[in-house]
Write a new protein. Structure first.
Length: 358
């Protein structure tokens, strides 16, 4: 099997092991074996994972999660034919869950059957219409076909139907950044970081946010500079959430006079929040901004921004800041655990007319 095919298949799978739970048929012994198998899987020890899942299935033969995870273990080991043998009967049954469709689609794509992989995902979406997981898998599959616009549409639909699922924000944010849309790249990256703060992807997203702020203040063809004879301070008309966001951010530009560093970003974002709540919060309710506003009032906004940008901006300075502000940072960490972001379906959505290159 070609390595590139396997990697393309893996990109479709965002299987979280804590979502699997053995049924009661085997009791705690099955659960213990499943947990052990998951540990082997997480360590890349596929033979032992396969062995343990197989033994658990002997004790609970009708458990969907065990067969799904066994197929995933075979998939990761490179034995896609065996993965297909395990997953096909499950996905053909009436008890297949959304992750079963995801795994089955990844297996078919890995075997070089993208058309069948798409059909499996569409069947899953028809059954689980509010599954962010399946829309993310569909977007990933479309990305392997280099259909960026269609992939973004899938990610966007996933965000709309299941706002609390993180990976659609991650993938959409990257597409927006690659297409020079700083606003939605920034917002979706920050939402992702709040929803999945311990992921290995956080460093990538934090660095991209700094670059996206730089992009935000650099005019392009869609955001031209004022004409030469325009009056200073001329008010720009605001007709959308994105235009309102840009307007308030550009008003705060003096905060970054000496560059985009963590301290200046804190000042910029603080000014933004104060101005936003004076002008646009009623017209454009947004759970991310509500959370940030609460942080300001509770005194943890500076530490939050250090968490977002400190290490990405200057790791040495961030380490020094942590040493001198350990209590403040601990208070923020505790606050964050007690006040998780909960995105809502009413949050602003990007304009469908945004230009995206395939």
């Amino acid at each position: 099997m070609q390595k590139s095919i396997l990697i393309a298949g893996i990109s479709l799978i965002t299987l979280f092991h804590n979502q699997a739970s053995a049924q009661d048929a085997g009791g705690t012994e099955v659960q213990r074996m499943q947990s052990s198998a998951q540990d082997f899987l997480n360590r890349g020890d596929y033979p032992n994972a396969i062995m343990m899942y197989s033994q658990a299935i002997r004790m609970a033969p009708s458990d969907v999660s065990l067969r799904r995870d066994l197929a995933y273990a075979y998939f990761l080991s490179g034995d896609l034919k065996k993965a297909k043998e395990v997953i096909d009967p499950v996905v053909a049954s009436n008890v297949a869950d959304e992750l079963t469709y995801q795994v089955a689609s990844g297996v078919e794509n890995g075997l070089g059957n993208p058309g069948k992989a798409r059909r499996i995902l569409n069947d899953g979406i028809a059954k689980f219409s509010y599954s962010g997981v399946l829309y993310n898998a569909k977007g990933n599959l479309l990305m392997t076909d280099k259909s960026t616009k269609a992939a973004l549409e899938a990610y966007s639909t996933g965000i709309k139907v299941e706002p609390g699922y993180p990976m659609n924000y991650y993938n959409a944010s990257k597409i927006y950044f690659q297409n020079n849309n700083a606003v939605w790249s920034l917002l979706y990256a920050e939402i992702y970081l709040n929803l999945d703060p311990s992921s290995r992807r956080t460093i990538e997203m934090k660095k991209m946010m700094v670059d996206a702020y730089r992009l935000l203040f650099t005019p392009d063809n869609n955001d031209a500079l004022p004409t030469f004879n325009a009056k200073s301070g001329t008010e720009t008309e605001v007709g959308s959430f994105e235009e309102a966001f840009k307007k308030i951010m550009q008003q705060g530009a003096p905060a970054i006079t000496d560059g985009l560093n963590t301290e200046n970003l804190i000042m910029l974002r603080t000014r933004f929040m104060l101005a936003w709540y004076n002008s646009f919060s009623i017209n454009y309710p947004f759970t991310l901004f509500t959370l940030q506003n609460k942080m300001l009032h509770d005194g943890v906004f500076d530490a939050y921004n250090q968490w977002l940008f400190g290490a990405a901006d200057n790791s040495a300075e961030f380490s020094l800041w942590l040493k001198t502000n350990s209590k403040e940072y601990a208070a923020f960490e505790n606050w964050r655990k007690q006040n998780p972001l909960q995105p809502a379906s009413y949050d602003p959505q990007p304009n469908k007319n945004i230009k995206i290159k395939d």
